[in-house]
Write a protein that binds this ligand. Structure first.
Ligand SMILES: [Zn+2]
Length: 68
């Protein structure tokens, strides 16, 4: 249903899945080679975080039991 890259928003047929979200091969390749200190990396990270954060259940870490 969500058939576009979460980063560049291009429609895509292939690419990798991260937590059920798609990233196109282009962006994947860039992610793998990117310098972690660049703004670009932050941008990617934020895109991924925004897109997958709601899929990660709360209280997943062992000391986090404050379910709300
Ligand atoms: Zn992309």
């Amino acid at each position: 249903m969500n058939k576009e890259c979460i980063i560049c928003r291009k429609p895509l047929d292939n690419g990798i899945l991260i937590y059920g979200r798609r990233i196109c091969e282009n962006c994947e390749r860039r992610l793998l080679t990117i310098e972690t200190s660049t703004d670009f990396y932050e941008f990617y990270k934020n895109c991924i975080k925004k897109n997958i954060v709601q899929l990660i259940p709360r209280g997943v870490s062992d000391k986090c039991q404050d379910y709300r």
